[in-house]
Structures are given as structure tokens and as C-alpha cells.
Write a protein that binds this ligand. Sequence first.
Ligand SMILES: Cc1ncc(COP(=O)(O)O)c(C=O)c1O
Length: 442
Amino acid sequence: MALDRNTAPNDLAAFWMPFTSNRQFKKNPRMFVGARDMHYTTADGRQVLDGTAGLWCCNAGHCRPLITEAISRQAAEMDYAPAFQMGHPSAFELANRLVDIAPAGMEHVFYCNSGSEAVDTALKIAIAYHRVRGEGTRTRLIGRERGYHGVGFGGISVGGIVNNRKYFGALLNGVDHLPHTHLPAQNSFVKGQPEHGAHLAEELERIVALHGPETIAAVIVEPMAGSTGVLMPPKGYLEKLREISSKHGILLIFDEVITGFGRLGAPFASQFFGVTPDMITCAKGLTNGVIPMGAVLTTAGVHDAFMQGPEQAIELFHGYTYSGNPIASAAGIATLETYKQERLFERAAELAPYWEEAIHSLAGKPHVIDIRNLGLIGAVELQPIPGEPTKRAFNAFLKAYEKGILIRTTGDIIAMSPPLIISKPEIDTLIGTLGEVLDSLD
Ligand SMILES: Cc1ncc(COP(=O)(O)O)c(C=O)c1O
């Protein structure tokens, strides 16, 4: 029986929605039933301009032909192949293409199915890496306050968003956190990377001195922190983290689940900032958000440390049923091809100055206490309503949706990260409509 996709479901109770105010949503549901290029179509037939690339993932826009064709072709040709002790060509082809666009030195790819799994995979590889090299005391992991590394136990342990941690028990032990880099008194309304805050990377020296370098496996940070509300790294900060971690034999992991695939105008943020970590986690834009897939990119040094012992021995006791799934791999190849054919990373870089001017034109709007931007990402921070944190921004989100733009909010911060195919007139519409929304807020 054909499903009528435009018929609203008559019972919303069964689906327990993720990171959603379920009761509020189900009283007044917001349903998307179609998508193409820069727009979603709602169940009541309205067009909504996508200001967030879905959830920071549809970097090439929606329902792009190369990707949809590749998925249906692969599904018809070979739906699934076992991921352990068997292979299929697409997974290898995608790995090679990823290495081609990755920062020099990143030579291997380990697949998983999401950003959360990529993070847990990278943390496990880091601890195991030291162990296979005879440094089994290096088990500690260092994250950062306000960091978001997904929702696995590893990710929430190194993450620093309080609500994502406090309900879930003791988490991993042996974890410490760097301070976050948000310094509103010095850096508000700065365009691009802030001047102040590089010294906060020196906190890593303090943590190393406290625990001893021989106990620390890895440091993980988002090169640009997205989910906490878009915090740019202060100038010199990432360079200093790299220097200190190298000095102490600690692996540096960049979580590029948001910044990967052109968001800042280079394939990865590490190229944009000119700082190369030992591992990169990615997901989201890897398949344009179309099919779940994540990956960890590693240097030869990390990978080769495992390639020892008898040849028939499994080198890393880790992996997923869907690691390198054929349909996800086909989607990944077609996504990278779309980025390349349409020069979308270059396009993001070219549009960035226009985006910067547009978003900063909102300074002076009611309740706006900060605006931040880099590449094709931006945030507008609002003064919270006294005693009702998050409400003002959430009201902005609801009004924006009614007016035909999709934005995202965390706390009282509005975040935007449009598909890289956005045009200048569409930037004007997005920012102009957001301006009207801000004008109308209590
Ligand atoms: C930096 C970062 N890491 C990890 C994740 C988790 O990804 P997923 O939701 O695919 O598990 C996200 C998701 O937003 C992210 O922004």
C-alpha cells in the first residue's frame, strides 16, 4: 500500500523524540514533509529556508541528484556486505577520497555511523595506541568545558555541557577538562576569530603537571565549538594546544563533526586554522546528512602502531555492523563528488565576508548581546529573560519557523549554518527575517 506522506500521523505519542520538548512539540507539531536545495516544505505546504543545513549536516543542500541516484543504485546492486573480515569497493574508494581532501598526514579512515560513535572510536583508539606502544599508563582523557562530543558515555565524559552529563551517573573516570574559551567581556561582537583567550590553552600545562604526562592519552576539542552556541577559537589557541600536546606525547583529537566538509571554507577546520591534530572525527556532512555515517581519520603514526604482531591477528578490537556500509559509502562518495563539482568549499570561503557583514548587521537589535561568525557559521546571543533562561531564544525559533526560516537555538544563543549552496539573496532573506523576528521578541 502506498503511504500518503502528506497525511499527518494521528498519534504522536509512540515516538520519544531526541533533544526535544516532547510534550510541547506534540501539542503543536512542526512537520517537514519535503526538501529540495535550500528549502523544506512543511505539512501545511509552506516553504522554509534552511538556515541550519538540517542539523549542521546537509552542506550541499537537500535531495541532491548525484547523492540520491548513488544511494538507489547501490541499494539495488548490493544492499549490505559484512563489515568484519570482508570488504566491498565503495568503502575503500571513499576512504581514499577522504584522505585526498584531509590535512596532509591524515592517511587512514576508520568508519562508524555517527559523530558520537566517531568520538568514542577516537578516544578508544587513543588509549589503545599508547598501550600497543608500551605506554599503558596513558589512559586519561582531557576534554573542555562547554564541549559537545555527542552522547555516548565517552563523548559526554569529555564533553562539557552540564545538562548532557549530570543525569547520567559517574561517567568515565580519569577525565579532566580545559576551561572554555568564551570571554564575552573582551571578545563580544568580534568578527571572525577573537583576539583574546590563547592563554587558556596553557591550562593544559597545568593539567599535565597535576596528573603527570605519562597518565594522559589524549586531548579532544572542537576546533570551533558548535553545539554549545558557536565559540570561535581565540587566535593562537589551537596552535598552543598542538604545541603542548606534542611536547608531552599526548594525542590531539579535533572533533570536526560540525566543522568538517567546508563549513569554514576549507575541507576541514584543521586546514583552515593551519593546525593538524593526530586524529579527526567527522560525520554529518560526510554523507550530506542523508545516510548515517561517521569516520575517524588518523595519521600513519597512529595507525601503524597497531600493525604489528602475527598477520592473522585482529589489530583493533573495535567496529560496528554498519562500519563502511555500502549505501553509506556510496552516499559519501557522491557527496564528496558534489562538493568538488560545485566547488562548495571554495564557495563557502567566497561567501564568508558577505555572511559576516549580514549577520553583524543585527547588532543593535533588541536583546542582542553578542554576534559571532566564521566561515558560513554564525551565532546571535540574546539576553536571557530574567528567571527564564532559554525561553527568549526558543520563542525566536518558533517565530522564525512561522516566518519561513529554520534556525537553531542552544540556551539563549541562535545558531545558523546554512547549506553551502546558499545564495546572497537567500542570506539577505535569512538575516532580514531573523531581524524581523528579533524586533518582535518580548
Ligand atoms: C562536535 C560534535 N561531535 C559529535 C557530535 C555527535 O554527532 P551525532 O549526533 O551524529 O552522534 C556532534 C553533533 O552535533 C557534534 O557537533
